[in-house]
Design a protein around this ligand. Structure first.
Ligand SMILES: Nc1ncnc2c1ncn2[C@@H]1O[C@H](COP(=O)(O)OP(=O)(O)OP(=O)(O)O)[C@@H](O)[C@H]1O
Length: 231
């Protein structure tokens, strides 16, 4: 039997601190190649859940598995390497290095992921292919990332997540800064490239209009129970 792309089983987690926010997720699974949109209001715990999926935060109890690997069994260094190899992350604020060239930003995850790098013959050519497929202009690879428009930076963040075809792409509100027409073309390009790489795609958003393209649309409260320690 094939392992799911992602499986959360009996997961609990609490942020430290007096007004600690905690959540539990008894069971959430994504099949290989599946696309899922998780909807939730601001502050409902979407980014917290993604941090658990990426191993940036570690569950207090339960299991978070990517493919066959329970990431809770990995030490901090091994978890960082595993994330670089297996997960393409698109952050809400893109997290590009503004003074570095676009090319260096896109190739950054490969530096920590030799197997992901080995999947590509020529990294610079693959970066150029992704930029063209994502509608970025010729010559963009040598530009400083911080000098691009917001929409272009968003596309660079997608190219960085997709390079080397990681099995799982995780995206935190990646369209929040775009107008409706740009959102649509951005999502189309993201889906095309994720499908080509056969990556599963987990996106969180508060925007219900994004749902049409996804295999499944789930409200966070369907899979997660949250609590705040202090009222
Ligand atoms: N690093 C942190 N340390 C302590 N508490 C945190 C931390 N990050 C988030 N929280 C708590 O977790 C709660 C949920 O936040 P989270 O960012 O997961 O929600 P969200 O649904 O992604 O919100 P938004 O849509 O506004 O980004 C917050 O209200 C906050 O109290």
């Amino acid at each position: 039997m094939t392992d799911p792309a992602l499986a959360l089983t009996d997961v609990t987690f609490a942020w430290p601190g007096q007004d600690g926010f905690s959540l539990s997720c008894p069971n959430f699974r994504m099949a290989v190649g599946e696309s899922v949109l998780l909807l939730g209001a601001s502050g409902s715990g979407k980014s917290t859940l993604l941090s658990l999926v990426c191993g940036i935060a570690t569950a207090t109890s339960g299991r978070v598995s990517i493919g066959a690997t329970d990431i809770g069994t990995l030490g901090a260094g091994a978890r960082d390497r595993f994330r670089a190899e297996q997960i393409g992350v698109i952050f809400q604020q893109f997290n590009l290095l503004p003074y570095a060239r676009v090319l260096d930003n896109i190739l950054l995850p490969l530096r920590f992921a030799p197997k992901r790098k080995a999947r590509i013959g020529a990294p610079a050519q693959e970066a150029a292919r992704l930029c063209a497929a994502l509608g970025l202009p010729d010559g963009v690879l040598t530009k400083q990332a911080g000098r691009l428009s917001v929409g272009q930076q968003q596309r660079v963040a997608v190219a960085r997540a997709l390079i080397g075809a990681p099995p799982l792409i995780v995206a935190d509100e990646p369209t929040s800064a775009l107008d409706a027409a740009t959102q649509d073309s951005f999502l189309r390009l993201l889906f095309e490239q994720a499908e080509q790489a056969r990556s599963s795609l987990l996106m969180v958003s508060h925007d219900e209009r994004l749902g049409q393209r996804f295999d499944r649309v789930i409200r966070l409260e369907e899979i997660v129970t949250t609590r705040r320690a202090a009222a």
